[in-house]
Design a protein around this ligand. Structure first.
Ligand code: DGY
Length: 318
């Protein structure tokens, strides 16, 4: 049994696969799709750490794989319908990264609300001269309304933190009602339009799908409060970047915090990076030692299950 791992992952997961008698090959760098297809012909499983584009062409060419295990909760880079049609189980890493990713959303919310990255750059640029009574003021979060778009486990963790730290009122929009959030956090289910109109902070946590692609566009931003903060730690494709930039320029909304961009990586000359009310991070949502260890273990368990014909602990295929 042989698995190809597309980028180095924590040793915990590698060791688990080796202990199960699996020969593990780890690629030091991301391979181009055609090169990866050729390479994979000698392997039985793929552990994808780094958003390999597994479209129908890729999966057809690799239909011998017994499992595709993703080192991520998101699976928008995989054509799940094609994988299912070809009988390839696809696993992901839900749950284990919820708290770390919500921490990142919370960090961005707070950083944007106090223009933290901009003020840090002021120091670096030698522009911190004296105490400023009215310059670069932020806005407070106490008692404000958090709107969660996509209230799964990451959205739930974000809502929990906002409630505990700032006694924020929680509203949410989701495919399904989240009874736990309603009971435990008093979260109110609202339509997408109501979410836009009533959120002081709108935090996006939904999966990227044809239904959610660019859902935060000019039209959506125009319905938000002028003092609203938009946070996206889900996928860059959830927002239209040009429309976001315009909404910030025209003060349609107050600020934005992004851990995900479209494309990734964001170019260093992107004007969003220099805006006072914008904080951008390079897709580090789940990047803690503890969480990445757990992701490595879960993705390894999915590989082992796929190679031994057992049900995947966390499977994406319907
Ligand atoms: C995920 O798991 O989908 C994240 O975006 C990567 O940490």
């Amino acid at each position: 049994m042989k698995v190809f791992v597309t980028r180095p992952i924590p040793e915990t997961g590698i060791q688990l696969m080796k202990d199960a008698g699996i020969a593990v090959t780890i690629s030091a760098k991301t391979l181009a799709q055609e090169v990866l297809i050729t390479e994979l012909q000698q392997y039985d499983a793929l552990l994808s750490a780094g958003f390999v584009k597994a479209n129908a062409h890729f999966l057809e060419a690799c239909k011998h794989l017994k499992v595709v295990s993703l080192f991520s909760v998101g699976y928008d880079n995989v054509d799940i319908a094609a994988a299912t049609r070809l009988g390839i189980p696809v696993g992901n890493t839900p749950g284990v990264l919820s708290r770390a990713t919500a921490d990142t959303a919370f960090l961005l919310m707070l950083a944007v609300s106090r223009k933290a990255f901009y003020n840090y750059h002021k120091i670096l640029d030698g522009k911190w001269q004296e105490f400023e009574p009215i310059a670069d003021l932020g806005i407070e979060l106490y008692g404000k309304t958090l709107g969660v778009f996509g209230l799964g486990s990451i959205g739930f963790e974000m809502a929990k933190k906002c409630k505990a730290a700032f006694d924020m009122k929680i509203i949410y929009h989701n495919r399904n009602r989240n009874e736990t959030a309603e009971k435990e956090l008093g979260a109110g289910y609202v339509s997408f339009e109501e979410l836009l109109a009533n959120s002081d902070v709108l935090s996006a946590h939904a999966n990227l799908s044809p239904q959610t692609k660019n859902i935060f566009n000019k039209n959506a931003f125009s319905k938000m409060k002028p003092r609203a903060i938009f946070i996206n730690t889900g996928r860059g494709g959830l927002h239209d970047e040009a429309d976001l930039k315009e909404a910030l320029d025209q003060k349609t909304i107050w600020g934005a915090g992004l851990d995900v961009t479209n494309p990734e990586p964001m170019a260093p000359e992107n004007p969003l990076l220099r805006m006072p009310n914008v904080c951008v991070l390079p897709h580090i949502g789940s990047a803690t030692e503890e969480t990445r260890d757990q992701m490595a273990l879960l993705s390894a368990r999915n590989v082992i299950a796929g190679l031994t014909g057992a049900p995947l602990p966390t499977i994406v295929n319907p």
